[in-house]
Unconditional design. Structure first.
Length: 271
């Protein structure tokens, strides 16, 4: 139990550090740019609309509640309690993730897009590791695990997936590879399709509807940006994005129906 308590404390401290750096990132205290200025500087066909980034407030709130509950349960429950086992399974991957996001804020605001992309990939890999260890998404673990641990990590995982794709495009812009609008368009096709496939496959095979909903949110933000720009050259992205959203929604509906049928069969077998 001592190890689990130490992990819970370290995870909370690393989160507080990353959150502080992220808040400072809204000013010019740690870089020469703001987040909005950097996004505009390296804008591409897959850059989401500004409102899309409000998802961070949801992610930070959900992660904060997760870590608080993990701390409370680490000091009040036995080692076999579900959240204590989840803390053990997560290990140091969460704190590594938080250090990566804090460093990403610094590198991004200091105009180092290549290193920023590497740090986002570290976040993506650590989230993938946590998802694999926790086997996201398993409702059978109970509501506490579902809403306190699995939901926050799922929505965080989904958004970092979108962020990696957008940061990859920004890195290409910084290299001058997307200066040609035709190249930008086709790269945007590939990245948008990647997001749609990842969202659909994850929901279809892993039944992680939270991840899928965040991918939909990211794609929606990209489509709204195209409407804001009103550039007919990039309007074909809207049709591709809409198709991707429909695919993910169909996978979500299938997962919900399968879960409902499973619950119904379980109930009938107990009667």
């Amino acid at each position: 139990m001592r190890y689990i308590r130490q992990l819970a404390i370290i995870n909370f401290i690393s989160y507080c550090f990353a959150f502080l750096i992220s808040m400072l990132g809204q000013t010019r205290d740690i870089g020469g740019y703001t987040m909005g200025e950097m996004s505009a500087k390296y804008e591409s066909g897959i850059t989401p609309a500004a409102f899309t980034f409000s998802i961070w407030s949801v992610i930070y709130t959900a992660l904060f509640l997760m870590l608080i509950v993990h701390l409370i349960k680490a000091f009040s429950e036995q080692q076999q309690f579900v959240t204590n086992q989840e803390v053990f399974q997560i290990g140091f991957s969460f704190s590594i993730n938080q250090l990566a996001i804090a460093t990403w804020v610094y590198t991004w605001l200091n105009d180092i897009p290549g290193l920023s992309l590497v740090l986002l990939l570290v976040q993506l890999f650590t989230l993938y590791y946590m998802a694999k260890r926790l086997q996201l998404l398993i409702p059978q673990k109970g509501k506490l695990s579902l809403f306190i641990t699995q939901l926050p990590l799922s929505i965080y995982f989904g958004w970092i997936t979108i962020a990696c794709l957008a940061n990859f495009a920004a890195w290409l812009v910084s290299l001058g590879w997307l200066a040609n609008p035709a190249v930008d368009l086709y790269v945007s096709y590939a990245l948008l399709l990647t997001a749609a496939v990842l969202g659909t496959v994850t929901v279809y095979f892993k039944h992680n509807i939270f991840y899928g909903l965040i991918i939909i949110w990211g794609i929606y933000g990209i489509l709204m940006k195209r409407f804001e720009e009103a550039d007919p050259y990039f309007h074909s992205l809207i049709y591709l994005g809409a198709f991707g959203i429909i695919l993910i929604l169909l996978a979500i509906i299938r997962s919900i129906l399968n879960y409902s049928n499973t619950q119904k069969r379980t109930f009938l077998s107990r009667k």
